[in-house]
Design a protein around this ligand. Structure first.
Ligand code: AMP
Ligand code: GLY
Length: 430
């Protein structure tokens, strides 16, 4: 199979790495790709949101399968363009992708189909938000409707604090993502877990799960980020997690998609809060997570490419891939200004090779004259497998220390507590 991975982050580097090892993979390409994907096949200089450009080139190159990485590609309708050109795509079309690209669409969908989620009100103006908050008791999660690159959700402890957020958003006309619509949501307590389900348009099954660390600093302090680390499988959650997610979330979701004529093909990321009442959906993403993918794919055996191709063709065969019982821990190395800004780094050492079972993946970057230029922000994800979480964690941090010295840049920081205490870990509160 000739495979194209769309995107340029560490998630796409990890997908390309595992897909390239699939027995069925003949050649792998990336668009636009990064310094890591460049070592496996050509990087096409085409933006991840340029559906026409990607479809034209994929036809010329005889691509058999396209895997969509970022939400921006899905929201731009890249899946629709590729399917119109007759190309198999793992990733939803724009309409089904609204489960991620519009939080209001997703909330209404969950309400219509009885999927457990936090109660929320939708407002369209500062006056509307103030009215809604006048009667509010307790904390408020303020969510911008559209895609906002991780900046559109603020967890606040009170209606007063939420009022300050919406006053700022509406007052300065800077609602993250650019729209006018905002959700005011009740906080749900519990443990956060990300479940990745694969859907071929007719069936949906849980594939793997991971826990993500969203705050910038140790002990879940500091601002929210795209994710500073992750581990898989999750610890301290019920053994029948898959069965309960199927019953409470995936079954009603699939019934709803079919009833509404939405064909969802790809991975559905269910961001869940788990408490005594079971799982509740905090968010859906229409794609693999970053950095969760970096800790999922090292556990995948068999032929991931064939599995994704079977789903893209509408006849998913889960027996084509396996998930090992090992644990995997991933630590993100970021520039110290992240997430406020991202200082680019130049002339990094491209040699990020690690011992067996450990693997590092590049974030947005390019290879120039045998050195790596990074866009900054999340520069690398360093992962390690182990027979249990402790072993995976200590191997991951050993690798981080080795690599941090070798990269040729002192400016990188990372969290030191990824997977350190998963039994008591709770997501931070705003
Ligand atoms: P999101 O960008 O939708 O992933 O939200 C960012 C983070 O906000 C999540 O990972 C949760 O930790 C938190 N969050 C979002 N919605 C809720 C909620 N209803 N209750 C508690 N925490 C939430
Ligand atoms: N790690 C969270 C995300 O990919 O959205």
């Amino acid at each position: 199979m000739r495979i194209l991975v769309v995107g340029n982050g560490a998630r796409e580097d990890a997908l390309s790495w595992r897909l390239a090892q699939s027995p069925s993979c003949e050649a792998i390409f990336s668009a636009p790709g990064n310094a890591g994907t460049a070592s496996r096949g050509a990087n096409w200089e085409i933006s991840a949101t340029d559906g026409k450009g990607l479809a034209d080139r994929a036809l010329r190159e005889g691509i058999d399968l396209v895997v969509l990485g970022p939400e921006t590609a899905i929201a731009a309708g890249v899946g629709d363009r590729l399917r119109e050109a007759g190309i198999a795509v793992f990733g939803p079309n724009r309409s089904a992708g609204r489960l991620e690209s519009s939080k209001i669409f997703a909330k209404r969908f969950m309400e219509r189909h009885d999927i457990p989620t936090a109660k929320a009100m939708v407002v369209h103006s500062l006056d509307g938000a103030r009215n809604a908050l006048a009667q509010w008791r307790g904390g408020v999660v303020v969510k911008a409707d559209g895609l906002a690159a991780g900046k559109g959700v603020i967890v606040t402890p009170s209606a007063d604090a939420a009022r300050a957020v919406v006053t700022d958003w509406y007052g300065s006309s800077k609602i993250p993502g650019g729209g006018l619509d905002v959700l005011l949501e009740e906080p749900i307590a519990g443990r956060e877990v990300s479940v990745f389900a694969i859907c071929d348009g007719r069936a949906i099954v849980p594939f793997a799960a991971a826990c993500d660390y969203k705050r910038a600093g140790d002990g879940d302090t500091g601002p929210n980020t795209g994710g500073m680390g992750a581990y898989s499988p999750p610890a301290g959650l019920p053994d029948d997690l898959d069965a309960r997610v199927r019953e409470r979330i995936l079954a009603p979701l699939l019934r709803g998609l079919l009833a509404e004529g939405e064909e969802y093909v790809g991975v559905l990321y269910c961001g869940l809060m788990w408490n005594a009442d079971g799982p509740h959906v905090i968010e859906f993403n229409a794609r693999f997570g970053d950095p969760e993918t970096q800790v999922l794919v090292p556990r995948v055996g068999g032929d991931l490419a064939l599995l994704l191709h079977s789903a893209a063709r509408g006849a998913m065969d889960l027996s084509l891939a396996t998930i090992s019982r090992e644990s995997c821990v991933g630590v993100v190395l970021a520039t110290s200004d992240y997430p406020r800004s991202s200082t680019p780094l130049r002339a990094l050492n491209p040699d990020i090779s690690l011992p067996d079972g450990c693997q590092a993946f590049w974030g947005a970057s390019t290879l120039v004259d045998e050195r790596v230029s990074s866009g900054g922000g999340r520069v690398l994800t360093v992962t390690a497998l182990g027979k249990n979480l402790d072993e995976a964690r200590s191997r991951a941090y050993e690798s981080v220390k080795g690599l941090a010295g070798r990269l040729g840049s002192a400016a990188l920081t990372y969290r030191t507590d990824i997977a350190a205490d998963p039994a008591t870990w709770r997501p931070g509160k705003g």
